[in-house]
Design a protein around this ligand. Sequence first.
Ligand code: HEM
Length: 185
Amino acid sequence: MRGIVFTAFLTFLDERRDFGVSNRVLNESEADLETSAFTSVNHYPSRDLKALLASATRILDEPFSEMVKEFGEFLFDHLMYRLSMHVENYDTWQSMLINVEDTIHESIHKLEPKRRIPVALKQVEDANTALTLHYKSPRGMADLAEGLIMGCLKHYSAEQAVTIVRFDQSADGTSSIFKMTYEAT
Ligand code: HEM
């Protein structure tokens, strides 16, 4: 399970871009990665992910934040499939999202105490939305969080009906508020 986000990104590149592009990205990011043994990608530290993302966006000449969001959607399905034992059958996208921090991430932490997912995803009282969440993490992955939320909406076939508006609280992606509202019909 260690490094699941990292390996999911390599799979994303091969499946959603060009087969084999993950090798090129790995090779070209070698100098920036903390671990250099490409044969054991499962053991890459997760902080290497940012170096890999930066290298992929450079090689594929794509905007960083758009690629990370698209990867977030892909990652949601990947996590649901690979780690389904940590996810109950939530009836709605809201109940799933409000359980990410205290239930889903926490159950992963219990199983592997050394793994800490430093993501706070707190519900904020807001009578004007269907759900408002505050994402905070020292890893600064607000774009990834947005993609994961979009992946969750798609999972519940709610992406057409719900609009996400993001308010960044910091410039480094460590704190963002997501307001989700139903589209007026
Ligand atoms: C929409 C729902 C979700 C959101 C918004 C979310 C948020 C995040 C974010 C933003 C990260 C990157 C780390 C960081 O920012 O510090 C992350 C990591 C992770 N999440 Fe979630 N997550 C969601 C659903 C899930 C689900 C369904 C699972 C598993 C069943 C899961 C398991 C994990 C794991 C294993 C990591 C990697 C931790 C590591 O390697 O250090 N998440 N999550």
